[in-house]
Design a protein around this ligand. Structure first.
Ligand code: ADP
Ligand code: ZN
Length: 293
């Protein structure tokens, strides 16, 4: 059975086809311009490559609660044309197949949960540190959500007194995303993040903020493992620093699994999102649903 995947990002859409094991067979990239232009490319691709169902992971915020009027919409984005856009409705109208709809972070979390760094556990926190910071929580195979999806990349953490950078989040200034995203590093240190590789103080500071997030996620969600991805995590030296800061900040208040095992890097890398989309599409078929979130 051929299944479809759409990873909808603010700069590009990646569309893929694959099978029910999550194996990606073919993929294309389409730049994110206007909804009409970008989605014409998306529907053309899936008309050429017919699939039985599609999983979508979208940039957001999006509406994922089927009881709400904004279900299926991209709600609140500065990207021209995409604000209050009924993305799910458009895909369902034009392709008329079952569609699973969730956030870009959740699909990557799901790929990791099933086939990557979380495949041996039941409960996972995944977060990505890139242009933004987003987190997804999976409990026993289900995404944790309430009135809507989580926004745990914007948690409020302690701003270190030695760090005088105001933060880049337009809503909260110095939330986690405001202090620790790629753009935060670039503005604070005035260079592309990848070019800061040889400055240990940069990664010590970054690790302290990421470790605070790991402590908060641990205390709030008690996962079996925390998996971290995103462009900034290409700096592998962050992992030992994060584990050390995490252990110190948690202060032995609660026992976690061994920290080497507990805090891990993403395993599927760039394939995590598409893999998750394929597996979610497959679950829809397996459960006979026409729409899922
Ligand atoms: P996005 O979040 O847009 O989906 P990424 O996860 O690739 O994309 O994150 C992009 C961010 O990651 C940019 O802010 C960039 O500066 C940062 N980044 C990319 N590569 C590296 C690297 N090798 N080291 C540190 N930061 C990086
Ligand atoms: Zn914020």
């Amino acid at each position: 059975m051929q299944l479809g995947a759409i990873e909808a990002g603010g700069t590009k859409f990646v569309c893929g086809i694959g099978d029910e094991t999550g194996q990606i067979i073919e993929q294309i990239r389409i730049p994110t311009t206007t909804p009409t232009e970008t989605l014409a490319g998306v529907t053309a691709f899936f008309k050429q490559h017919p699939v039985a169902a599609i999983g979508i992971g979208s940039f957001g915020p999006i509406g994922v609660n089927a009881k709400h009027r904004d279900f299926g919409y991209i709600t609140n984005t500065p990207k021209a044309g995409w604000e209050n856009f009924n993305f799910l409705g458009y895909i369902r109208t034009h392709l008329n197949i079952p569609v699973y709809w969730t956030t870009d972070v959740n699909v990557a979390a799901y790929g990791e949960y099933q086939l990557g760094a979380g495949k041996d556990i039941d409960n996972l926190v995944y977060f990505t540190v890139g242009t933004g910071i987003g987190a997804g929580v999976i409990y026993q195979g289900k995404f944790l959500r309430g009135f809507n999806h989580l926004e745990a990349g914007h948690i409020l953490i302690k701003h270190l007194p030695t760090d005088h950078f105001a933060g880049v989040c337009p809503y909260h200034a110095d939330c986690l995303e405001g202090l620790a995203s790629g753009p935060a590093l670039e503005q604070r240190f005035n260079a592309p993040a990848a070019e800061l590789a040889n400055r240990p103080e940069v990664w010590q500071l970054e690790a302290t903020y990421i470790a605070q997030a790991c402590v908060n996620y641990t205390l709030s969600y008690s996962p079996d493992r925390i998996v971290i991805g995103g462009g900034v995590m290409h700096q592998e030296q962050l992992f030992p620093l994060i584990r050390e800061a995490f252990t110190n900040l948690l202060g032995h208040y609660t026992e976690t699994p061994d920290v080497m095992n507990y805090i891990q890097r993403i395993k599927l890398n760039d394939d995590a999102g598409l893999t998750g989309c394929l597996l979610l599409a497959n679950e829809l078929i397996a459960t006979g649903q026409t729409v899922g979130s």
